[in-house]
Design a protein. Sequence first.
Length: 171
Amino acid sequence: MELIKNDDSTWTLSKVSELEHLMLSRLPDSADPTGCEEASDRLYPSPIAPDAEVDDDKSFTLENDWKEFIEPELRSDFRDSLKVVADDLGKSSMTKEGELNQYEFIIPTAHANHWCSALNQARIVIHHRYDLPSEDGLLDMDPNPEKWMATLQSEIYGMLMEFLIKKVLWI
């Protein structure tokens, strides 16, 4: 995969292999924390630290206000970002390189924040769902194929996030 910052308010993912394309296509589903309480707790944390000394009335009010006013907006923002990314993923072009299919995505720079949000959310969910190690850059050769694929998927998402932050967003 090649990541290119273009001069025309876009960035490009080019020479995307079939495996990388599969990992990218899984992004919207991978970011769904349904059924993974640890990931949900990380994405939508309580505003009160577990060891905080707050009286019960204040705690109850803070928790209710959080659930009523903040959490729905967070969920909406995550959904919006995932929709933008899914739409971008649907606009790929494919070319043949010998016998291999390669994909290319040309994405507006304005979508970079949505991509970072979606990639980060997916990495959080993947790490909690598959109990992956917290150290970045550690590709665990776990014999479990699902866990190995989840690790690879998280690594690809992390690499893409790093590019977006360093080359697209940090101008």
